[in-house]
Every structure is written in structure tokens, then in C-alpha cells.
Design a protein around this ligand. Structure first.
Ligand code: 5GP
Ligand code: ZN
Length: 160
């Protein structure tokens, strides 16, 4: 959709730090993270919100949420304690970008509970560093590498 910032990211008209994608969904770092490793997962097609989204896209979005949160969890430098998965629907709920998206918000001790901070000092890393951690194998734990291999093998078997 014209004038949609997330459609522009999908179409590579504006840059984004893309972490992963599948057929119908794409995951990239939030430009204004509220915690280290804050990622957005969106359908590649434009839908205003979850209720409007087609089911195949929803499946791909949630699959990518799972994959990326496993990746974040397995990144030695980040090592979150848990996650909040969140989607704001409607201005009243805080939705600013009217293209359906899921927030993956890694949780660390200081952000305990269903609360978020974005004041200075809430982050340990710059966005460029987080991008490195999530895209370079050297930052992954051994368990992550083993899990990744197992998942790829299982995916191949399912496709047979
Ligand atoms: P909402 O408030 O709609 O649930 O979340 C929108 C999110 O998009 C916010 O967390 C905001 O920081 C992020 N955001 C807004 N503009 C951009 C952008 O141009 N690039 C990226 N990567 N994130 C953005
Ligand atoms: Zn859009």
C-alpha cells in the first residue's frame, strides 16, 4: 500500500535490518527498540490488523515469530530471560503503523513483568550490534547450532 512504511520495507524502498523471512512474512529490528533484540514480524502483504490478515500469512507470521525468538534466545550476547509477544490493534491500543505486526520483546531482569521502558540506558547494545549478534553464526550458542540443524533436517523431511 502506498505511503505505508512497512510496505516500503517489504519492497526495499526504505532500509531495515532484516533478520529473517519466509514466503509470506518478514522480520526486522524495530528502529526504536524498547529492549535489546526488539523485533517486528509482519506479513509481506498489507493488512491493517490481525483481524483482516489472511490465514496463510498469519501462519507464516507466527512461524517466523517462533523462529526469531528461538534465534534471539540462542544468541549468547543477548540471552533474554523470556519474551512478550504483542500486537497493538487500533490507535486506542497504541498502534502507530497501520500494517499488522507482531512485536517480539525480549525480557531481561530490569524489565520484569508486562511493562516496558524506553528511557535512555534501558538498552545495552546499539541496533547495529544486535543485528550482528542475530545474523552472525559466531554469536550463536552451540545448542542453537544443533537445534538449527535438527530443524532444517525436519523441514526437509516434512517437504518430502
Ligand atoms: P505500533 O506502535 O504500531 O505497535 O508499533 C510500531 C513500531 O514500529 C514501533 O515500535 C516503532 O518503533 C517501529 N517503527 C516505526 N517506524 C519504523 C521504521 O521506519 N523502521 C523500523 N524498523 N521500525 C519502525
Ligand atoms: Zn503496509
Amino acid at each position: 500500500m502506498k505511503d505505508c512504511i512497512f510496505c516500503k520495507i517489504v519492497n526495499k524502498e526504505i532500509p531495515a535490518k532484516v533478520i529473517a523471512e519466509n514466503e509470506r512474512a518478514i522480520a526486522f529490528l524495530d528502529a526504536f527498540p524498547i529492549s535489546d533484540g526488539h523485533v517486528l514480524v509482519i506479513p509481506k502483504k498489507h493488512y491493517g490488523d490481525l483481524g483482516l490478515c489472511d490465514e496463510a500469512s498469519l501462519v507464516d507470521v507466527i512461524k517466523l515469530v517462533k523462529q526469531v525468538s528461538n534465534d534471539i534466545e540462542a544468541t549468547k550476547k543477548l540471552d533474554p530471560w523470556g519474551f512478550n509477544y504483542l500486537s497493538n490493534q487500533g490507535k486506542i491500543a497504541g498502534q502507530e503503523v497501520m500494517h499488522f505486526h507482531m512485536h517480539i520483546i525480549p525480557k531481561y531482569e530490569k524489565d520484569k513483568g508486562f511493562m516496558f521502558r524506553n528511557e535512555k540506558g534501558a538498552l545495552n547494545y546499539a541496533t547495529d550490534e544486535v543485528y550482528e549478534f542475530l545474523t552472525k553464526a559466531k554469536y550463536k550458542s552451540k545448542t542453537a547450532k544443533i537445534l538449527q540443524k535438527a530443524t532444517t533436517k525436519a523441514d526437509k523431511q516434512t517437504k518430502k
